[in-house]
Design a protein around this ligand. Structure first.
Ligand SMILES: *Cc1c(COP(=O)(O)O)cnc(C)c1O
Ligand code: SF4
Length: 344
């Protein structure tokens, strides 16, 4: 087939994925930095590959090595540091101490909701990711896993919400999503469907009319929880696409990770909340970093986190201040780390 025809018929977001940066030198050159100065750093891609779609790279300020978006995706030599308390599996998801059945791709930690690890890969590799040692590439959620999930739900009638997660669930095709959502909507005990995805942030064209239709045409109350960490990640294209989800009645939320050198100041956090709400997205969680080896240089202390959170409260309405939380293995919910006496 002729190359031009292939490109024209391929859905746009998949093309973006195919054309994403995978080599640190190419990315550095694109953002106007001297790749030779990052020679040592680039070796960290062996720990976790670099992957940066072009729509995200376009939002990086040229020539700025400290750009908050670049810092989230650029391999650095600090990733080789061995820091006490930082491990390969901070949430103990690889062990058998959680109600996890990895063959089924299910995580059932909290009473009323279950998480499906729908798709292994992501469209971007975030250096701070707690899954950096287990990119879950090989996970497949096929027909068999779907029937096992339906069985599991039937045996656990207290579950009323299903969360599609990953990796990134929107890496799945629209056809797969339709099949799964249709099957779930037939489970009468379910009220809600939630999708946790960073894909629309790094490739906004993933939000197609078809996707909006799929999410809008189910009886389940549907939410999309985005993952943006900085206001600069919110482009005009993203805003435009989120508007169609909002108009279709999809509830929009965002979760962020508090990251040193990225968003660890009151101005950035406030601006993020403001920009999100400009797109009708409500801030949901502000997570403390999971202590995964290779990410210690992103750590912000709990003390500082609380000061930043109080700073946000002084500048924003309550509904634009996300809950400050950490995930602790074995707890029955996320653990709040807001200062005492404040909306605990
Ligand atoms: C975070 C998480 C959820 C969702 O928790 P909410 O507080 O409902 O957002 C569900 N299951 C697992 C395994 C989680 O890690
Ligand atoms: S998109 Fe989410 S799961 Fe994927 S690498 Fe980034 S933080 Fe990790």
């Amino acid at each position: 087939m002729n190359q031009q025809a292939t490109l024209l018929t391929r859905p746009d977001w998949r093309l973006e994925l195919q054309q994403a940066f995978r080599n640190p030198n190419d990315l550095l050159e694109y953002v106007g930095l001297d790749a030779s100065q990052f020679f040592e750093d680039s070796r960290a891609r062996e720990l976790f590959p670099l992957l940066v779609p072009r729509p995200f790279a376009r939002l990086i300020k040229p020539g700025d090595a400290n750009d908050p978006l670049l810092r989230q995706v650029l391999p650095l030599k600090q990733e080789f540091d061995d820091t006490p308390g930082y491990t390969a599996d901070p949430l103990l998801e690889q062990g058998d101490n959680v109600a996890v059945d990895k063959n089924q791709g299910l995580l059932h930690k909290y009473q009323s909701r279950i998480l499906i690890i729908l798709k292994g890969g992501c469209a971007v590799n975030c250096r701070y990711c707690f899954r950096r040692h287990f990119p879950y590439q090989e996970i497949r959620f096929s027909q068999q896993e779907l029937s096992q999930t339906i069985d599991y739900l039937t045996r656990n009638p207290q579950i009323n919400e299903v969360i599609l997660s990953g990796g990134d669930p929107l890496m799945a095709s629209d056809k797969t999503l339709t099949r799964i959502i249709d099957a779930l909507s037939n489970v009468t005990q379910l009220k809600r469907l939630r999708i946790h995805s960073r894909l629309p942030i790094v490739i906004p064209t993933r939000i197609t009319e078809t996707l909006v239709g799929i999410l809008a045409n189910t009886r389940l109350k549907t939410s999309l929880v985005l993952h943006a960490n900085h206001a600069n990640e919110i482009s005009a294209e993203l805003k435009h696409r989120l508007a169609s989800l909002y108009k279709a009645g999809i509830h929009l939320f965002n979760q962020s990770v508090l990251l040193k050198g990225v968003n660890d100041n009151v101005d950035s956090l406030t601006e993020l909340s403001e920009s999100l709400f400009d797109c009708d997205v409500l801030p949901y969680y502000l997570h403390q970093l999971d202590k995964v080896s290779g990410a210690a240089h992103f750590e912000v202390s709990d003390d500082t986190a609380q000061q930043l959170w109080l700073g946000m409260n002084a500048r924003l309405p309550g509904f634009l201040v996300p809950k400050l939380v950490r995930e602790v293995g074995g707890e029955n919910s996320k653990t709040a780390i807001m200062p005492d006496g404040r909306f605990k």
